[in-house]
Write a protein that binds this ligand. Structure first.
Ligand SMILES: Cc1cc2nc3c(=O)[nH]c(=O)nc-3n(C[C@H](O)[C@H](O)[C@H](O)COP(=O)(O)OP(=O)(O)OC[C@H]3O[C@@H](n4cnc5c(N)ncnc54)[C@H](O)[C@@H]3O)c2cc1C
Ligand code: SF4
Length: 443
């Protein structure tokens, strides 16, 4: 009898223990799922949920909830676990490391480009990176695949091919003009030198490309890269200054310099070579062109007097270092509003927008700017157009009135949209295809 009771007690206790463990597991899973669901809701509200270019897609039938993808992803909160399966949260922040794809033990993740709703235009390229316009090549992120290492490799590979087809007797000034000095342009420039080409690199901004213009402290490189004339670079985790130092060292060691602040406006075929016209009005002739212009585009200028002065910028870097300034921000989109909000606590900020109200900004930004306006921390001038930028002030008009107003000012940030690289390519007759959800990397 005692043995029977003991057995019942043991079975009962085991059953209770399993039930408690199961219950804890279910509650924990529910709580995790709820947290992820909340994050997805916020991501949707803030516009981060919908992918922009590359993004991971999880096959729920294969996913085992190992969580390896989340640990492997160097970015934060792109993936999370909901109801026992991995799912995307802030898909638009994916930069295409592919670490999640490689980490998944059951091959449940693939990397896609474009969605049904938001297609991604990609230039049609041959295996040698040549476009349908013979002599014009494309490498780097513009070609569809992101990441520093990929861009450097592609830039170098494109030049490897170009150097084989260069004609020695061309009347063009240059063998190759590289447009853009991000990682792809740097890889290409170094390899052009290695192959003895007469190369010129034109950059609308400054050396470094996208990474140089983002306020970002940590840069992750999931595999080593081969930099021509420099060697193997093993920087698993690095910083923006360290990376910039690397580019500068590699270029200066090889006596290469980048022509900065020169935007390429047009490229026309002429007598068997290309004539390139820059924003400065200068023209150059070259046998071949490599477009390494990335996907970020070119900021739109206002075309007003004083815009070329040093106090004017088209991007906001290191806002935490800007204190006690009188700042004018031009624009009515998310970038303008977010910059105004970032600068407001330690500066005197005026936001000038030609529209009557903010109509195309994220809900979160709309709330925050309304709050800042009510508190007076950001002064917003609607219906306003800047007419000139002077050393210590800006001049503007309101609505249809011709009256000129002046505002004391130290810095101007312009966020007036820009020309997308797609428009730039179409002007040259380069064929594109739109990707609406194609796999570009799988297990
Ligand atoms: C927020 C963020 C974080 C990232 N973090 C990482 C990371 O940690 N690790 C990683 O590997 N990758 C990261 N990436 C991706 C990486 O930055 C890009 O894949 C890489 O910079 C692409 O290089 P690219 O040379 O093709 O283009 P870009 O770096 O975009 O360079 C293009 C250059 O061309 C210039 N240009 C454009 N048009 C013209 C013109 N008409 N005339 C002259 N010049 C022109 C631009 O000014 C720019 O300098 C990140 C990207 C973002 C947005
Ligand atoms: S591809 Fe890279 S950034 Fe995107 S989710 Fe996977 S690991 Fe993260």
């Amino acid at each position: 009898m005692n043995t029977f009771i003991e057995q019942i007690a043991i079975y009962g206790f085991t059953f209770l223990l399993i039930t408690v463990i199961l219950l804890i597991y279910i509650i924990k899973q529910k709580r995790e799922s709820k947290e992820v669901e909340d994050k997805i809701e916020i991501a949707k509200e803030e516009g981060w949920h919908e992918p922009v270019t590359l993004y991971p897609v999880v096959d729920p039938n294969r996913c085992l909830k190992s969580g390896a993808c989340i640990t492997a992803c160097p970015e934060k909160d792109i993936l999370g676990i909901r109801n026992g399966k991995a799912t995307t949260i802030n898909a638009s922040l994916c930069i295409g490391h592919g670490a999640c794809v490689k980490a998944c033990p059951v091959g449940a993740i693939s990397l896609y480009i474009g969605t049904e709703k938001r297609g991604v235009d990609i230039p049609e390229l041959s295996d040698n990176f040549e476009t349908n316009v013979p002599g014009i090549f494309i490498s780097g992120e513009l070609g569809g695949m992101g990441l520093i290492k990929n861009a450097v490799t592609q830039g170098a590979e494109a030049v490897e091919y170009i150097s084989q087809i260069i004609q020695k007797d061309s009347p063009a000034e240059y063998d190759l003009i590289v447009v853009g000095a991000g990682p792809a342009g740097i890889g290409a420039t170094l390899n052009a030198k290695k192959n003895g080409l007469k190369v010129l690199t034109l950059e609308q901004d400054t050396l470094g490309g996208t990474i140089a213009t983002f306020p970002r402290s940590k840069i992750v490189m999931t595999s080593p890269m081969q930099l021509p004339l420099y060697g193997k670079v093993k920087l698993v985790e690095t910083t923006k200054p360290e990376l910039m130092h690397l580019w500068e060292t590699a270029l200066s060691k090889n006596k290469l310099s980048i022509q900065e602040n020169i935007k390429v406006e047009s490229i026309h075929p002429e007598n068997g070579y290309f004539k390139i016209t820059a924003s400065t009005g200068e023209t150059y002739t070259t046998q071949k062109v490599l477009l390494a212009v990335g996907r970020r585009g070119t900021p739109r200028k206002l075309g007003i007097p004083g815009e070329m002065t040093e106090k004017v910028a088209y991007r906001l870097l290191e806002p935490e270092d800007i204190h006690g300034k009188k700042i004018v921000i031009v624009g009515g989109g998310d970038s303008a509003v977010e910059s105004a909000l970032l600068l407001a606590p330690q500066n005197q900020v005026t936001l000038c927008y030609r529209g009557e109200a903010f109509s195309r900004i994220k809900q979160k930004n709309a709330h925050k700017i309304a709050d800042a306006m009510a508190k007076g921390s950001v002064n917003v001038l609607f219906n306003t157009n800047l007419v000139s930028i002077d050393p210590h002030s800006v001049s503007y008009k309101i609505g249809e009135s011709d009256e000129i107003h002046q505002l004391e000012n130290d810095r101007v940030y312009i966020f007036a949209g820009g020309e997308l690289p797609v428009q730039f390519l179409k002007k040259m007759g380069i064929s594109m295809s739109t990707k609406h959800g194609e796999v570009i990397l799988k297990h």
